[in-house]
Design a protein around this ligand. Structure first.
Ligand SMILES: [Zn+2]
Length: 96
């Protein structure tokens, strides 16, 4: 009955590029659950575009020395998002 999640290969397509972008800050803040973090990392391994974005975000945050959405370069994020078809502005992460 219970799926053996520990032995299941993680599906890198379980989350989309859009979802990954939204989750980047949560991931870097350590705010994701164990299962979400595994999905996030599986997608990063599988997707060059998101891996590049993730590295840029991490460097940006390291430079700023803090993690706040307001401080992230919105233009860089928008450029990345524009690279993915189907991105909808209405799906942007809600402000906290
Ligand atoms: Zn991706």
């Amino acid at each position: 009955m219970t799926p053996a999640l520990d032995t299941e290969p993680i599906d890198p397509t379980a989350i989309t590029c859009r979802e990954l972008v939204v989750l980047v800050t949560d991931y870097l803040e350590g705010a994701l659950s164990e299962s979400d973090r595994r999905l996030f990392e599986a997608h990063l391994d599988h997707c060059d575009g998101c891996h590049l974005h993730f590295e840029q975000m991490r460097k940006t945050i390291a430079t700023l020395g803090r993690l706040r959405d307001d401080d992230l370069p919105a233009d860089a994020r928008d450029r990345f998002l524009a690279a993915f078809r189907g991105w909808s502005r209405e799906s942007r992460a809600p402000s906290r």
